[in-house]
Ligand binder design. Structure first.
Ligand code: NCN
Ligand code: DMD
Length: 338
């Protein structure tokens, strides 16, 4: 398990932030130097070059490798489903967890294809969070407990962590988190999720507006407890644990990015070791990525969740590191530089 102080209170967690490991600039500079010597025109591997430098800085190693990749899917249920924000019934969360366990979901195929292990963590599915329009979704203790579960699930031996989620109704939760962290109108963050029609989209906006009204004073990790769900809290715990162990993180789509937003609201540098793996088809994701200062790696028109975009991004990351470590330099290949 990764060594972190006890998850005693949300304010105590905020106190850890300054002591979290930072990017190793010397290792990143050495990786950048190597990129300049590889047998290609400078910059011609585009984002792959940035990925290699990013991995070097977080691993503290100019020649970073991905020997072990862990995909983590957190599942939770949500009190706001009582408003009818979800086209699919809430039981689908548990049914999909069974599907993950039997190997039948998209993430099973994509994690295997990308060479990642898959761990699924179901968080108290029989006991949905509370309806955030009338009170906090989670008590501080409930929120801390889910953060702890998320942190404990991270494999300290992993070289990269892929985060994903499953939770019927959580596109409304994600919109509420993004709205509370970054402002704007509820409609800026609400989308169709698993297939809401226009009427249901309008209902989702009104639920998000009521949630914000009910928790207007919430800031930072207080937003996570007030408006989030257990899988969102677990994602935050996993992001913190990965950071403590210098393990880079691939965040999945809209829901996963919004889940991490309260950490950004508490201290923007806390997401420096995270990459947004793909641009979700949910319309609020572009705005959310801009607010987080992240540029998604892929854009495949996907909006599934489960960590599917993160699994696909792992293959890109592997390609980047194969080039970084395996290519010859101009000197080695006897090719004249520019
Ligand atoms: O992360 C995304 O980009 C994303 C976009 C739309 C839907 N989802 C998934 O769909 C579920 C939430 O949708 P809904 O309609 O029930 O709020 C949840 O299980 C998410 O994993 C995920
Ligand atoms: C079937 C189904 C699969 C999912 N995977 C992630 N969210 C989902 C939502 C539904 C409804």
């Amino acid at each position: 398990m990764i060594n972190l102080p006890a998850f005693d209170s949300l304010s105590a967690i905020t106190g850890w932030f300054d002591a979290m490991p930072a990017f190793d600039k010397a290792a990143a500079d050495a990786a950048r130097d190597r990129q300049a010597q590889l047998t290609k025109p400078p910059g011609s591997l585009g984002r792959l070059e940035e990925l290699a430098v990013f991995m070097a800085g977080w691993h503290g190693d100019p020649r970073p490798r991905v020997m072990s990749a862990q995909s983590l899917v957190f599942a939770g249920n949500h009190g706001i489903c009582c408003h009818g924000v979800n086209p699919f019934p809430q039981e689908v969360t548990t049914q999909m967890v069974t599907n993950f366990e039997r190997g039948g979901a998209a993430i099973n195929q994509l994690a295997r294809a990308a060479g990642a292990t898959l761990s699924v963590v179901a968080l108290d599915l029989e006991r949905p969070t509370a309806d955030f329009t009338t009170g906090p979704a989670m008590s501080e203790e409930e929120c801390l407990d889910s953060m702890r579960h998320g942190a404990e699930a991270v494999d300290p031996a992993a070289d990269v962590i892929l985060l994903g989620e499953m939770g019927i109704g959580n596109s409304t939760v994600a919109a509420a988190l993004a709205h509370a962290c970054f402002g704007g109108e509820p409609g800026d963050w609400v989308g169709r999720g698993t297939g809401a029609d226009d009427e249901r989209v309008a209902l989702k906006s009104s639920v998000v507006a009521k949630g914000r009204q009910a928790h207007a004073d919430a800031t930072g990790l207080g937003i996570l407890a007030a408006l989030g769900g257990r899988e969102q809290a677990a994602i935050c715990g996993a992001v913190l644990a990965a950071r403590a162990a210098r393990i880079p993180v691939l965040l999945d789509g809209f829901i996963c990015s919004a889940s991490a937003a309260p950490l950004y609201a508490a201290a923007p540098a806390l997401l420096d070791h995270c990459i947004v793996s793909h641009a979700s088809a949910e319309p609020g994701h572009a705005r959310l990525c801009a607010a987080l200062g992240k540029s998604p790696l892929l854009d495949l028109g996907m909006a599934l969740g489960e960590g599917t975009g993160a699994a696909l991004a792992l293959s890109i990351l592997r390609g980047a590191l194969e080039c970084h470590n395996g290519m010859a330099t101009f000197a080695e290949a006897g090719i004249g530089g520019a």
